[in-house]
Design a protein around this ligand. Structure first.
Ligand SMILES: NC(=O)c1ccc[n+]([C@@H]2O[C@H](COP(=O)([O-])OP(=O)(O)OC[C@H]3O[C@@H](n4cnc5c(N)ncnc54)[C@H](OP(=O)(O)O)[C@@H]3O)[C@@H](O)[C@H]2O)c1
Length: 272
C-alpha cells in the first residue's frame, strides 16, 4: 500500500492530487520549518512525498515581485528542506515544477527537459528556475506544468482567470489539462520515475484563442479584447513566459495526453 503525503494540501494542484490519492496525509506545516518537516516524516513514514506547496502569488504572480522573501523561502528553501529530509530517509519524492521558465517555441520543436530554461522575466519564474535546476541533479521526480486548467469554477483554473481579464494575450503557449496531468503523475509515480518531465498537452493555444472558444461553447456574450505582446506591460507588473514545451519524453513513457484543442473543449463543455 502506498502511503502518500502531500504538502500544500489546500492548494489547487493538491486538490486534484487528492482525487487520485484519497488517503493521502496532508500535513498543515510550513515546509520552511525543517524541524516540523522532520517530525512529520518520522511520525508518518510515507512511501511517497509530493510537494505541491509554493507561493504562486494571489491574485497573480505580480504579488511575488513585492513579496520576494516569502516567495524564495517557499519555492526554494522549502523544497531544499524536503530534499534534505527525504534523501536522509530514502523517501521517494515528487516536486511540482513549472514550465514558466522558458520563452519561445525552440524553432517549433518545443523545449525539451534537457534544454536550459531561458525565461527570467519575473521573480516567481526565477525561483521556479533555481529550484528546478538544483533538483535535476538529484533523484527527484519533477513534474513541470504550464497554465493548468480544468472544467471547474475554481479561481485558479486558467479559464476562470482568463474570464476575469478584459484584455487577453494572443501568444501561443503549452498548457496542462489537469485530468490528463493526474494520469501522467499516477503512471510516473507508480514507476518511481525521477528527473524532469514536461506535463503538457500536445500542441499550443493562445489565451485569446481559449476565450474565443469560450464564446463559442459557453457564453457568446462574453466580451474579449485581443492583447498583443508589446502591450502586455500596460496590464502586468512582472513579465509573463510564453512558451512551447516538448512532451516527447512523456510519450516515451507511454503517457498520451489529449491534443490541446480536444482537452480545452472538454473543459469548456464541463462549464455548461
Ligand atoms: N497554478 C499554476 O499556474 C501553476 C503552474 C505551474 C506550476 N505550478 C506549481 O504548482 C505548485 C502548486 O500550485 P497551485 O496552483 O496549487 O498553487 P496554490 O493554489 O496557491 O497552492 C499552493 C499551496 O501551498 C501553500 N504554501 C505556500 N507556501 C507554503 C509553505 N512554505 N509551506 C506549506 N505550504 C505552503 C499555499 O498556502 P498560502 O496560500 O497560504 O500561501 C497554498 O495552499 C506550486 O509549486 C506552483 O509553482 C502552478
Amino acid at each position: 500500500m502506498e502511503k502518500v503525503m502531500i504538502f500544500g494540501g489546500r492548494g489547487f494542484i493538491a486538490g486534484h492530487l487528492k482525487t487520485i490519492y484519497p488517503d493521502a496525509i496532508l500535513p498543515e506545516i510550513d515546509i520552511c520549518d525543517a524541524v516540523a518537516l522532520t517530525d512529520i516524516l518520522e511520525k508518518e513514514k510515507p512511501s511517497v512525498v509530493i510537494n505541491a506547496a509554493g507561493k504562486t502569488g494571489k491574485p497573480n504572480v505580480d504579488w511575488c515581485e513585492d513579496h520576494k522573501l516569502e516567495t524564495v523561502l517557499s519555492n526554494v528553501q522549502g523544497p531544499l528542506n524536503l530534499l534534505d529530509a527525504c534523501t536522509r530517509r530514502s523517501i521517494y519524492w515528487v516536486h511540482i515544477g513549472s514550465g514558466c521558465t522558458y520563452e519561445g517555441d525552440n524553432d517549433g520543436k518545443g523545449y525539451a527537459e534537457t534544454d536550459l530554461p531561458n525565461f527570467t522575466g519575473s521573480f516567481y519564474a526565477r525561483t521556479k528556475l533555481w529550484i528546478d535546476q538544483i533538483l535535476k541533479d538529484f533523484p527527484v521526480l519533477q513534474l513541470r506544468l504550464r497554465m493548468p486548467f480544468d472544467g471547474s469554477l475554481h479561481s485558479r483554473n486558467l479559464i476562470t482567470k482568463l474570464r476575469r481579464y478584459e484584455k487577453i494575450l494572443d501568444q501561443q503557449n503549452s498548457i496542462t489539462y489537469l485530468p490528463d496531468f493526474l494520469v501522467a503523475a499516477n503512471i510516473l509515480i507508480a514507476k518511481r520515475k525521477t528527473g524532469i518531465y514536461n506535463i503538457v498537452n500536445p500542441g499550443t493555444i493562445s489565451p485569446y484563442q481559449i476565450m474565443m472558444r469560450y464564446r463559442e461553447i459557453v457564453d457568446s456574450k462574453h466580451l474579449v479584447e485581443r492583447l498583443t505582446l508589446d502591450r502586455l506591460c500596460d496590464v502586468v507588473k512582472a513579465g509573463r513566459s510564453n512558451c512551447m514545451l516538448s512532451c516527447e519524453k512523456l510519450l516515451l513513457e507511454g503517457v498520451h495526453m489529449k491534443p490541446v484543442e480536444e482537452a480545452m473543449d472538454e473543459a469548456l463543455k464541463a462549464l455548461l
